[in-house]
Write a protein that binds this ligand. Structure first.
Ligand code: 13P
Ligand code: SF4
Length: 330
């Protein structure tokens, strides 16, 4: 029986929750009782961000997962993030509210194909963006996130040949910023490739003072329009520190929650997508709900497991990233 069937049989996924239950109070009680910590990505729904012990981008979340002394990590994010937490803290129980919370970018790089790709460049070092499977990390030399990709590449000798995967947009942006000639895997994120240059141009005409903030997973045509390009934490900090009052935000819409909370006097406009859908939600991130988070903490499942032999190889490139980041004060 696979894990999804097991959950169905045990009934946890659709267990009845008394609607009068104060989920915030219950989650808080269970957290203390079980010595659990809730780590949430900025793309999670607002309620989850509000109950989390730590909210952050992929780098911040990995750093927290590596240093927590909790017995249980509830990872409110997607599967590759929970896997990273498990790789860094293999003795802890790592829970993911919805085990089907995957990632289109991670899916765009199947490890068996990447292995063949890598074999074509035997003298290249492999840097992989953290948004990939544990198996892919195990095939890598260094992992990076959008917060440190440029610095990680720059930390290597200039003549070092590099394969960068799986995100072609982040890779192209890093190549441009560093002046390095990177061999790119052709992967992408479905959310960050949805923005429309034409619609953003029209929006900018109506809001001429608005600054455009973009995540480097966006396509080159969108990045060319941006006043600031950075990770989710970078985007949030830029908006908070900027004297400007209006921002057009080209990344997943969950980030708006913290932006608006931290800056009640500023206006944040989601960058429009190239279809008729009004939102830029990541369908994977948004599989998690407060109800599922409560149930997973109560039942201590679904749990994310990573085979020991994969942990053995995948932990090295992640630790290398954390060491370089710590040295650079990131
Ligand atoms: P960061 O958290 O590094 O900004 O990455 C964004 C993302 O797409 C996570 O899935
Ligand atoms: Fe993956 Fe993109 Fe969703 Fe991030 S926003 S989890 S990269 S699909």
């Amino acid at each position: 029986m696979d894990i999804f069937e097991e959950i169905k049989v045990k009934g946890f996924a659709d267990e009845y929750i008394d609607p009068s239950l104060d989920l915030f109070a219950e989650i808080d009680r269970l957290k203390k009782e079980k010595n659990a910590v809730i780590l949430a990505h900025y793309y999670q729904e607002g309620d989850i961000q509000d109950i989390a012990d730590y909210i952050g981008d992929s780098l911040g979340l990995s750093q927290q997962a590596a240093k927590t002394d909790a017995d249980i990590i509830v990872f409110a994010g997607v599967h590759f993030m929970a896997e990273t937490a498990k790789i860094l803290s293999p003795d802890k129980k790592v829970l993911l509210p919805d085990l089907k919370a995957g990632c289109s970018l991670a899916d765009s790089c199947p490890p068996h194909l990447f292995k063949k790709f890598k074999e074509q460049y035997p003298d290249h070092l492999v840097i992989t963006y953290v948004n990939c499977t544990a198996e892919l990390k195990a095939l890598s030399d260094i992992v990076c996130t959008s917060s440190n990709a440029v610095q990680i590449v720059e930390s290597l000798p200039k003549d070092q040949k590099i394969i960068f995967g799986p995100d072609r947009n982040l890779g192209a942006w890093v190549a441009k910023k560093t002046g390095r000639d990177l061999v790119l895997w052709n992967g992408a994120c479905m959310v960050h490739e949805i923005f429309s240059r034409e619609k953003i141009t029209k929006l900018k005409e109506r809001h001429p003072n608005a600054k455009i903030l973009a995540h480097p997973e966006c396509e080159e045509v969108i990045l060319q329009m941006a006043d600031y390009i950075g990770s989710t934490t970078g985007i949030l900090k830029y908006a908070t520190n900027s004297p400007e009052k209006e921002f057009i935000v080209a990344t997943e819409s969950g980030i708006m929650h913290q932006m608006e909370k931290d800056n009640p006097d500023k206006t944040f406009i989601p960058a429009p997508p190239n279809n008729q859908c009004a939102c830029n939600d990541c369908p994977h991130m948004k599989r998690n709900t407060l109800e599922k988070l409560y149930l997973c903490l109560k039942n201590e499942m679904p749990e994310v497991e990573v085979p020991v032999h994969i942990i053995k190889d995948a932990v090295k490139p992640i630790e290398r990233m954390l060491e370089i980041s710590a040295k650079l004060g990131l």
